[in-house]
Design a protein around this ligand. Structure first.
Ligand SMILES: Cc1cc2nc3c(=O)[nH]c(=O)nc-3n(C[C@H](O)[C@H](O)[C@H](O)COP(=O)(O)O)c2cc1C
Length: 478
């Protein structure tokens, strides 16, 4: 159990700010939440050809609940309905959609197939009509689809076993795979074929009515791994130009095939050496971070901000490619979850947080703000706000007011409390019993073959048969 102060115990702005000061971090906090059409969080945001009607986004949140042939289930539809009811006007990707079977991160991930166009059309329409029912207009609702290949983290088949596709041999991560795992090292020709699969999936997304596709470059999945392939020979490794060739080819391919479709990129804007559980249960870097070469924008000293040179170069490239929608994330849920999704309670394959989770929140928020200052013409969506809990709206408003971010993305909180954005915008007090406390059951469940969802706070999941299974799994954990 972590010894960090619980956010719920920091009851006043003074207590919250004093706690932050004690941690040596700063986060802006709006003293009063403004509501009404002129409120900062209610301001429309131009996204190139489109405009989103306010400053909240739903981040992509998959549920490990598709059918084995990659189609949405009732649970998927329920989640997308909640996305529509949230009040957020930007839906960043919905959830990771695998462009082909071998790119699925789990046997229940949504995947391209003969039914994809119909399924995606229905999913999007479900979300849009839920939004219309709750809020009337949908002309200012922007919906994207996240396209992915899970690469090193592919587990596509019903046996749930790893079938990794890697783009270079990684000295630390390769060792984490179970003995006997066959690693497929992708050739340049394999990567070129994957470009075609991304373009084909983008075509289907456009026909299904999505406004944009996110070419996912985060969290250790394939396209993110390509960015750090500094030792890879050939056309897709080594130089920055080669490591971003996949991105450029996919962008060019989509533009040629589907000129009306917008493009976004979700990026792990920094990364660190992999962490693992120490004897005391706390996360520690697996090796000396000093000589580690495989972090794209490396965070070497957790007490300082990462070196953002790589991220800046990538954003500059996106600007040159006229890709203006960028969602900033960080790290990976597999090898540094405290960086990617700060939580008080670790998932079962994680470790106790090595820092107060608020430090992780502040890091992502500050990095986003630095990048926003350097690229004011790009639209940046921020992540990792959920752990702010009661203070989420206050930090969100202040960040938007300071132009440290364009749109505040919400992930886990949407599972626990889907209508938080609507409540904030309407000036309703937060429903405290629905606030995500980062128990990580939404990650622990899937790590054991169960569906994801907010088991502690969403009554629907508390009554789901997987809740009892999750309890058994947790009781058996060391
Ligand atoms: C259960 C679960 C599912 C997620 N699914 C995705 C996904 O499909 N694609 C993605 O880019 N990120 C995914 N994420 C990461 C979130 O989008 C987000 O970056 C992270 O939870 C931090 O934001 P938060 O603090 O608001 O939760 C997932 C996270 C969780 C906990």
């Amino acid at each position: 159990m972590s010894s960090y102060a619980r956010v719920a115990s920091l009851k006043t702005p003074e207590q919250f700010l004093a706690h932050l000061a004690g941690l040596g971090i700063e986060l802006p906090l709006a003293p009063t939440l403004l509501t009404g059409p002129d409120a900062p969080l209610a301001a429309p945001v131009p996204l190139g050809r489109l405009t989103a009607g306010n400053r909240f986004a739903v981040l992509p949140m998959e549920g490990w609940d598709g059918t084995l042939d990659g189609r949405p289930s009732e649970l998927t539809i329920r989640r997308w309905t909640h996305f529509g009811q949230s009040g957020a006007k930007l839906i960043w990707g919905g959830e990771a959609f695998a462009v082909r079977h071998d790119g699925r991160a789990n046997p229940n991930q949504l995947v391209m197939g003969p039914h994809a166009e119909g399924d995606l059309t229905r999913l999007r329409e479900t979300l849009v009509s839920a939004h219309a029912t709750s809020f009337g207009t949908t002309s200012d609702l922007v919906v994207g689809l996240q396209l992915t290949h899970s690469g090193r983290y592919a587990r596509p088949d019903p046996d749930g076993q790893p079938r990794p596709f890697i783009v270079y041999r990684h000295p630390l991560l390769d060792r984490r795979l179970p003995p006997g795992t066959v690693l497929t090292l992708m050739s340049d020709a394999d990567i070129e074929r994957l470009v075609d699969d991304f373009v084909a999936a983008a075509r289907v997304a456009a026909r299904a009515g999505f406004h944009f596709v996110d070419i996912k470059h985060c969290h250790g999945y394939l396209a993110h791994e390509l960015l750090s392939g500094v030792d890879r020979p050939g056309r897709f490794g080594g130089s920055f130009e080669n490591r971003t060739r996949f991105l450029r080819l996919v962008v060019d391919g989509i533009r040629a095939a589907q000129p009306g479709l917008d493009i976004g990129v979700r990026l792990s804007a920094f990364d660190s050496i992999p962490y693992s559980k120490n004897g005391d249960g706390v996360g520690r870097p697996t090796a000396d971070a000093e000589g580690y070469r495989y972090a794209f924008s490396a965070l070497r000293d957790p007490g300082a901000l990462p070196n953002l040179d790589d991220a800046r170069r990538l954003l500059q490239l996106l600007r040159e490619l006229d890709v203006r929608l960028v969602c900033i994330s960080a790290g990976s849920p597999y090898y540094n979850p405290h960086i990617q999704r700060p939580a008080l309670f670790p998932p079962s394959d994680g470790y106790l947080p090595p820092e107060d989770p608020l430090v992780g929140v502040a890091r992502q928020i500050q990095v986003t703000s630095q990048l926003k200052r350097a690229f004011p013409d790009l639209v940046l969506v921020g992540s990792a706000y959920s752990y702010l809990q009661e203070w989420l709206p206050h930090v969100a408003q202040a960040m938007v007011q300071q132009r440290g971010v364009d749109v505040v993305g919400i992930g886990r909180m949407i599972l626990a409390y889907p209508t938080l954005p609507a409540d904030v915008l309407a000036g309703r007090p937060l429903q405290r019993k629905s606030i995500c406390r980062t128990f990580s059951d939404c990650t622990t469940g899937p790590r054991h073959g169960l569906v994801s969802g907010c088991f502690p706070l969403d009554r629907f999941y508390a009554a789901h048969p997987d809740a009892a299974r999750l309890k058994e799994v947790k009781a058996r954990l060391p």
